[in-house]
Design a protein around this ligand. Structure first.
Ligand code: PMP
Length: 400
């Protein structure tokens, strides 16, 4: 009965790693993965995470009972504070409902399912380009997906004019997906002034902000600074949704730990919204897993552990910033044609190099360097040892 099933194409991002794994070359380099690597090219488990896990294991009173549908209460409370700020007026007014979800992806999906059922507008605008999964997450939840201009290939920066025009002509009430910081794949973020203009425009048209926060702390190394865009929208008293992921900033990728917060107009609305979120979650996966959320809650509620996390997070962010500088210097010292300053200007885990798909294919074939065909490289996958190899490859690709 399944003979008719056609083979689906490989996921364009995960497919890069599949190809990398098949390559026998000792010089191969995977810059496709969106996961942090150490200078030695190894995955990193934070010390503070190991410590939290040890504490959880040692605590014999802990059991493996089901969590409630909305997840671990402490985790939800602390996650809302982390993203909205400890002094957030919306939290003080009990206008925020937070539910634990399966990392960033699950949080986006639960939010999308809620909006498809309970929000009057079913059109969502996502940036062009954006993380590839956004289109599928929102489309499959039943929303109509449209794009707004975001990136300007000429400047390798923000197409702010195009963005304002597109949002300005969006129908009143439309949903707008915003990357809170460290836009994936471009590494291009609006400035604080530009955010303010976006906020004013969106509020004047009653556009509903849905923030995707997958990189809090990873962009600047500072958790509060990386949440400023969201807090601007919360400060004005209006509604918004926020999908939070602990994959990158706590290195909890495979634990699938994240949260969806919905900021509402009143405590009463927030509690009704939460009751409906439960109806979304229950038939999908019943309740979320306990381990990852317990790690996060352990770290967030202990002052010393929180500070330890901040130090380790900043070290990851700083290493990425240093890779940007080293790659930029390596291209400059080779006299590689072109302006490569966007490498140091862009923010977060990725650089949108501007290399085209033919150049990417050349680099993969001749240099065994793996990246997505849009020219996005994961700076976290680089090290001082591999920067010269990448610079040689880029130089050869643009001068061939
Ligand atoms: N949003 C963006 C922009 C991302 O880059 C990612 C991870 N690549 C996610 C959401 C979701 O990640 P996860 O589900 O692993 O938290």
């Amino acid at each position: 009965v399944f003979d008719h099933v056609v083979r689906a194409p490989e996921d364009p991002i995960l497919g890069v790693t599949v190809a990398y794994n098949k390559d026998p070359s000792p010089n191969k380099l995977n810059l496709g993965v969106g996961a942090y690597r150490t200078e030695e090219g190894k995955p990193l488990v934070l010390n503070v995470v190991r410590k939290a896990e040890q504490m959880l294991v040692n605590d014999r009173s802990r059991v493996k009972e089901y969590l409630p549908i909305v997840g671990l209460a402490d985790f939800n409370k602390l996650s809302a504070k982390l993203i909205l700020g400890t002094d957030s007026p919306a939290i003080q007014d009990n206008r925020v409902t937070t539910v634990q979800c399966l990392s960033g992806t699950g949080s986006l999906r639960v939010g999308a399912e809620f909006l498809a059922r309970h929000y009057h507008q079913h059109t969502i605008y996502i940036p062009q380009p954006t993380w590839g999964n956004h289109v599928k997450i929102f489309g499959l939840a039943g929303l109509a997906v449209k794009t707004y201009h975001y990136y300007d290939p000429a400047t390798r920066g923000l197409n702010f004019k195009g963005l304002l025009e597109d949002l300005g002509s969006a129908p009143s009430g439309a949903i707008v997906l915003l990357h809170a910081c460290a836009h994936n794949p471009t590494g291009v973020d609006p400035t604080a002034q530009e955010w303010e203009q976006i906020r004013k425009l969106m509020r004047s048209k009653a556009l509903l902000p849905f923030f995707d926060s997958a990189y809090q702390g990873f962009a600047s190394g500072n958790l509060d600074a990386d949440a400023q865009s969201i807090r601007m929208f919360v400060r004005d008293g209006g509604e918004c949704l926020v999908a939070q992921s602990y994959a990158k900033n706590m290195g909890l990728y495979g634990e699938r730990v994240g949260a969806l917060s919905m900021v509402c107009r009143s405590a009463d609305v927030a509690s009704r919204v939460e009751s409906q979120l439960k109806l979304v979650i229950r038939p999908m996966y019943s309740s979320p897993p306990i381990h990852g959320a317990s790690i996060v809650a352990t770290i967030l509620k202990d002052r010393a552990m929180f500070q330890e996390w901040e130090v380790e997070l900043k070290a990851m962010a700083d290493r990425i910033i240093s890779m940007r500088k080293q790659l930029f210097d390596a291209l400059r010292s080779r006299g590689t044609p072109g302006d490569w300053s966007h490498i140091i200007k862009q923010i977060g885990m990725f650089t949108f190099t501007g290399l085209n798909s033919a150049q990417v294919a050349f680099m993969t074939k001749e240099y065994h360097i793996y990246l997505t065909s849009d020219g996005r490289i994961s700076m976290a996958g680089l090290s001082s040892r591999t920067v010269p190899h990448l610079a040689d490859a880029i130089h050869a690709a643009v001068t061939k």
